[in-house]
Design a protein around this ligand. Structure first.
Ligand code: PMP
Length: 480
């Protein structure tokens, strides 16, 4: 009885809170957080010894106007006044006025080693000064060296590399290879996943926000093994049965392949329920298909516990695709597979003008070296776990935080106006994000309802950075 009363009281309190969250989120210009009274309590950004040179180019307003005139009209921006960033150093970014921000988004999980890392810049400059481009039809040392280094990071027989310029291109190639190699057409992907914005990858993507009304054939989207909202909770093998059913009822019984992220990034940092990939890989292989791990966000040490995201599920894929963190910001992607599977492309050429170009691959090799030299995987595990625990502690304090999830430096926090109903707190998320920017912290946002914070900083993020992020968030949510 006592528990029931306590629950009722907290739910009443929560309802009251919910009203105030909603009110805040609707305010067109929220009250500033920097009132005189607050000054001494405001969280302080850790010191950092770098001052960018003064910026003397066009203003943010001029740029915005030019972008609106000449850039694609579907472009959207974070923040009410889009942020204009002109300089970066490791985990910090600077706007045109020289103001410093802690970057906890990492250019969408892309800046792995830190902005303008000196050793990566040096590798890029040195290669650029010597030779920027020829063609893959001549020998090129940088791509061979990088392919060898990359293969050494992949398990089993995965040691043949195709270089691309983006994640979309890598996934398109992997999906085509799986169709050619198996001779089958059907591909299974997971709902809420993101795999790219071209023909087959857009089809494989499982979110309406990223799909246009164009022909998308031969793709089946399986139940998302989502431990937070999914019907089977954290029971991966139960969700995997949906893949069996798709094969049985939706295909000829044979499939080309299966593609999934180990932790859905764009979808809102959903880590696939444990045991899911093992069960699915078994079913897909029985049906003649190849298993593709999309490591565009979860690869390159970001999850801390492992170098690749799929390793946490104890599986070895037939094809790994990668981009983003592989190049620390360079346009670079890759497909790694076995020599036997790779041979399927030898009946024709696979021409990619820039894939494997000397500059990107010299940079990519430098990224791998920095990840190892600076023990960034270990840092992602240590500081990422610390940050996650701090965020979990915030969840105990604030009802609006419905879930904290992910690993290493691929973390998500979902805001809900009702913990039981899990009602997305979309406006509140926008509000907190805007205020965090005003206080100097940049985080990302995702999920179908835009109510999930995405925290994917450069892997050099420190404990002090984590404390600053958490105390900033706490400060803002406490005032809502
Ligand atoms: N796969 C995943 C998991 C991604 O997050 C993305 C990009 N957000 C892509 C593929 C596509 O990569 P790109 O934008 O480089 O084409």
């Amino acid at each position: 009885m006592l528990t029931i009363c306590a629950n009722r009281t907290s739910s009443l309190l929560f309802r009251f809170n919910r009203r105030s969250f909603t009110k805040l989120a609707h305010e067109s210009s929220p009250a500033p957080l920097r009132g005189d009274d607050d000054q001494e309590f405001l969280p302080q950004m850790p010191p950092f010894d770098y001052t960018p040179p003064p910026y003397d180019g066009p203003s943010a307003a001029e740029l915005l106007e030019k972008r609106q005139r000449h850039l694609n009209p579907c472009m959207s921006y974070f923040y009410r006044n889009p942020l204009f960033l002109v300089d970066g150093k490791m985990q910090y970014l600077f706007d045109e006025k020289g103001r410093r921000y802690l970057d906890a988004f990492g250019g969408i999980a892309t800046v792995s080693c830190g902005h303008c890392h000196p050793e990566i810049l040096e590798a890029i400059f040195n290669q650029t000064k010597k030779l920027q481009h020829t063609t893959a039809l001549y020998l090129n040392r940088a791509s061979a060296d990088f392919a060898e280094a990359l293969a050494s990071k992949c398990p089993g027989d995965l040691n043949v590399v195709f270089f691309t310029n983006s994640g979309t291109e890598a996934n398109e190639l992997a999906l085509m290879i799986s169709r050619l190699y198996t001779g089958f057409h059907d591909i299974i992907s997971v709902r809420n996943g993101y795999h790219g914005n071209a023909g087959v990858t857009m089809s494989a993507t499982g979110q309406c926000n990223y799909k246009y009304n164009v022909i998308q054939s031969g793709i089946h989207h399986a139940l998302n093994p989502d431990p937070y909202r999914g019907i089977f909770g954290s029971d991966g093998p139960k969700y995997a049965k949906d893949v069996d059913e798709i094969i049985t009822y939706g295909t000829c019984g044979r499939v080309a392949g299966f593609i999934a992220e180990a932790i859905q990034g764009v979808g809102g940092i959903y880590e696939l329920a444990p045991g899911y990939l093992q069960a699915v890989y078994n079913s897909v292989r029985k049906a003649g298909g190849l298993c593709i791990a999309d490591e565009v966000q979860s690869g390159f040490a970001r999850t801390g516990s492992h170098f690749w995201g799929f390793e946490a599920q104890g599986v070895v894929p037939d094809i790994i695709t990668m981009a983003k963190g592989i190049g620390n910001g360079l346009p670079l992607g890759a497909v790694v597979t076995t020599s036997e599977i790779a041979k399927v492309l030898t009946c024709h050429g696979y021409l990619n003008t820039f894939g494997g170009n000397p500059v990107s691959t010299a940079g990519g090799l430098a990224v791998l070296k920095v990840i190892e030299k600076e023990k960034l995987q270990h840092n992602a595990l240590k500081i990422g776990t610390y940050l996650k625990n701090q965020l979990l502690a915030l969840k105990e304090k604030h009802q609006i935080i419905g879930d904290v999830r992910g690993r290493g430096f691929l973390l998500g926090m979902e805001l809900v106006t009702d913990r039981e109903l899990k009602t997305p707190a979309t406006r509140e998320t926008l509000y907190v994000m805007e205020q965090m920017k005003d206080m100097g912290v940049l985080i990302g946002k995702g999920g179908l309802n835009g109510n999930i914070f995405r925290i994917s900083p450069p892997l050099c993020f420190t404990r002090e950075d984590a404390d600053f992020l958490v105390s900033t968030m706490d400060h803002i949510i406490s005032k809502m």
